[in-house]
Design a protein around this ligand. Structure first.
Ligand code: CTP
Length: 418
């Protein structure tokens, strides 16, 4: 476990009304286990789902429910409530609460606190998928993001209502805590919360970016990969406490904080660097490795001759498959990517088996998705258990979620082996 010290982070939790409100009890418990001081404000609707008494018992503080309670105003008004926090978490954030926040309403304690605060605000929405996808909600989310409000989730899956599935589930408690930590650690010394370093003591190897295969000394074969997803994975793994080796092709990105970066150009160099840097607990092959290299690259620049020219290409070794089937040296968790333009899940499932990967992160890279080089990604996680569809999210969020899952996988397999 990496060294950490518990600073008393003060978190103001605003609980909205919804079926998912009960999960706040677990959130409060976990935050306090991490050493945070938690105070809660509940909307009136929230009190229909969870009693203020249970929340008070878990926070060990009184719970604030009504703006017009004069006693409360005298003891601790909404201004103090909003200022005496390092972070405000709104969970579950209902469609109504998001609309109030976006519109600047202040007609109850929760919305007034949110209007009065100058502190970072993290929201974890939870609602029916149709409400989440409604243009009004999406407009409010875009406005709030523009104001600097952060979002974690919603996740996709079954809803409490029968026959309803889609984006709208409250993010998992671990995801909310990780997002809170990330938000809090930006721009100030990191206060380490125990559960946010689940990869401490692990070595994570990541390949990222394109490879360049020389045609001659000045020309090369390349592809449109930006390296954003692989670099985000390396950054997330480092944030979660891992020692990270990032083997990167030529990219125009800054080195992720905390990762040791090995720069290579060709697929052959990438494979050699990956093998040199084993053993690893987790290997993530996010690079868009060129499938072919030229049979022979002349030492001098090729000159025009007026004639047709053919390039002879040889297939490169598959780095993922080589390491995925490397016996003793094989990392306990091997994660590959599959870039497809059609039949995404089917091809990815096949690649998982053929390349000896535990998981494949499959994405649709057709030009109209904007994935290649873009900020967002829509992925499907293919594991031995089947295919999970993840909602569209920033590549950083895909990275964090993937590394949290990987940490959990290792925790379980290590526990099972002991
Ligand atoms: N990969 C690799 N070495 C290669 C080619 C691919 O490690 N020489 C890895 C990629 O990093 C990725 C996975 O294999 O994790 C799948 O890459 P993708 O381009 O989708 O698949 P290919 O094997 O190249 O198959 P195809 O192009 O035929 O779809």
């Amino acid at each position: 476990m990496a060294a950490f010290h518990v600073k008393q982070q003060r978190i103001l939790l605003i609980i909205g009304g919804g079926i998912a409100a009960y999960k706040c009890l677990d959130l409060v418990r976990r935050l306090r286990e991490e050493g945070a001081v938690v105070r809660a404000v509940m909307t009136r609707a929230a009190t229909e789902f969870v009693t203020p008494l249970s929340v008070a018992a878990l926070t060990n503080e009184r719970v604030f429910t009504d703006l017009f309670d004069l006693n409360e105003e005298r003891e601790i008004g909404h201004i103090r409530l909003s200022r005496e926090a390092d972070l405000i978490i709104v969970a579950p954030a209902t469609a109504d609460l998001l609309a109030k926040m976006a519109g600047g309403h202040a007609d109850d304690l929760a919305s007034t606190v949110l209007m009065a605060t100058d502190k970072p605000v993290l929201t974890a929405p939870a609602m029916n998928p149709r409400m989440w996808l409604h243009p009004a909600t999406q407009r409010n989310v875009a406005l709030l993001k523009g104001d600097g409000v952060r979002f974690v989730g919603p996740n996709t899956g079954e809803m409490a209502e029968r026959d309803e599935a889609g984006p709208g589930r409250l993010a998992e408690v671990a995801e909310i805590i990780a997002a809170a930590h990330t938000f809090l650690s930006e721009g100030r010394p990191v206060t380490r919360l125990r559960s946010t370093h689940p990869l401490a003591g692990r070595h994570v190897l990541v390949t990222s970016g394109p490879t360049h295969e020389p045609i001659d000394p000045v020309r090369y074969i390349a592809n449109r990969s930006s390296g954003k997803q692989g670099h985000a994975i390396a950054a997330a793994a480092a944030r979660l406490g891992a020692r990270v080796t990032l083997i990167s092709g030529p990219v125009a990105l800054a080195d992720p904080p905390g990762a040791q970066v090995v720069r290579i150009e060709t697929a052959e160099e990438m494979l050699a660097a990956a093998q040199r840097n084993l053993p690893a607990d987790i290997a993530v092959f996010a690079a868009a490795v060129a499938d072919w290299r030229t049979a022979a690259a002349p030492r001098d620049k090729m000159k025009k001759t007026g004639e047709r020219r053919a390039l002879e290409l040889i297939e490169n070794l598959d780095i993922l498959a080589t390491i995925g089937k490397s016996g003793d040296r094989r990392p306990p968790l091997v994660i590959g990517f599959a870039a497809e333009t059609r039949d995404v899940a089917a091809y990815a499932t096949k690649k998982r088996q053929e390349k000896g990967a535990d998981w494949i992160v499959a994405n649709d890279v057709s030009p109209d998705t904007g994935v290649l080089g873009g900020a967002n990604n829509t992925v499907h996680l293919v594991t031995a258990e089947g295919v999970e569809d993840w909602p569209t999210m920033p590549k950083e969020d895909v990275a964090e979620r993937l590394m949290l899952r990987a940490a959990e996988f290792l925790r379980r397999t290590t526990a099972a082996a002991e």
